[in-house]
Design a protein around this ligand. Structure first.
Ligand code: ATR
Length: 277
């Protein structure tokens, strides 16, 4: 009797128990009747290289990468997409049969696709975007907005030097604005994105001056716990289009699933509810 090889994929991080990716994958395997396994693996940084090298030989077709390995994997991968290189981190690895590792970053694509799904008429070219934060999430958002022809991006971050590093990395369409001066620019923003951890359960509140926010601005918060942050609530009451962070979490996982298992999953309410449960 021949035993069928069932494709394997994983999420690697440390700690890993908090990861929502296994919930997404097991839901999609079932929904699309796909034979596959997706497992969370807690990997110590000192073992990352060795483990990644052996995974293709074990039948793994790919892996998602999370904290604290998203930057380090770029030093291990054999090939890196331009977007992962400019962001400086990867979240999706694909393995060839010969054992080569191909690194990509789908966070920015997930961000844009999520906005487009909620508001198909949203036009990133329409005007400037304000992005709060200068960490990995912000870099992914900025890279995707630039790719989608946003004319100017104003970055505000508590640690100004980190934002300034981004202008050096991403170029002339970025401009640093002072964290405490965001309120002076807000009326002109077509898109406003919170890419900090502020407003998340257990973190301090996001305290920026929103008085001048225009109802024409699309406001997106990458935070998804709580689903409706104070920022989104304020924006909604102003009449703005608002987008919470749960959809980005799903959209950034979709390219890996379709690459590795050959089916592009669709977004539905059930998966959102499962993730929030
Ligand atoms: P990620 O990769 O998820 O973006 P990160 O690199 O830790 O995570 O970045 C978190 C972001 O939230 C940063 O922009 C951080 O600002 P600093 O660069 O000044 O650290 C921002 N952030 C976190 N706590 C904050 C706080 N209390 N006040 C203002 N910004 C905060």
């Amino acid at each position: 009797m021949q035993i069928e090889n069932i494709p394997l994929a994983a999420v690697l991080g440390s700690p890993i128990s908090h990861s929502k990716s296994p919930i997404l994958y097991s839901y999609w395997f079932k929904k699309y009747s796909i034979r596959g396994h997706y497992i969370p693996i807690d990997v110590d940084p000192s073992n990352l290289n060795q483990i990644l090298r052996v995974m293709p030989k074990m039948g793994f077709v790919g892996a998602n990468i999370t904290i604290p390995h998203k930057e380090t994997v770029l030093t291990i991968a054999d090939q890196i997409t331009d977007r992962a290189a400019v962001i400086g981190a990867a979240n999706t690895l694909s393995f060839t049969k010969a054992g080569k590792i191909f690194a990509d970053n789908t966070d920015g694509e997930g961000f844009i696709e999520n906005l487009r799904q909620h508001y198909p008429s949203w036009n990133p070219k329409e005007g400037p975007a304000i992005v709060l934060g200068a960490g990995g999430a912000s870099r992914a958002v900025v890279s995707a907005l630039l790719q989608n022809s946003t004319p100017e991006i104003w970055i505000a971050n508590r640690t100004r030097a980190r934002a300034e590093k981004m202008t050096a990395d991403f170029g002339a369409r970025l401009r640093v604005i002072d964290w405490y001066a965001v309120g002076n620019f807000i009326s002109e923003a077509s898109t406003l994105v919170n890419a900090t951890s502020l407003g998340m359960i257990g973190k301090p509140k996001l305290q920026i001056d929103l008085k001048a926010l225009s109802k024409k601005t699309l406001v997106s918060d990458l935070v998804y716990a709580p689903l409706e942050t104070d920022l989104l609530l304020f924006a909604k009451n102003k009449g703005c289009r608002t987008v919470n962070g749960i959809g980005m979490l799903i959209h950034q996982a979709m390219p890996g699933f379709s690459r590795w298992f050959g089916t592009k999953p669709a977004i539905d309410h059930e998966i959102k509810n499962l993730l929030l449960a």
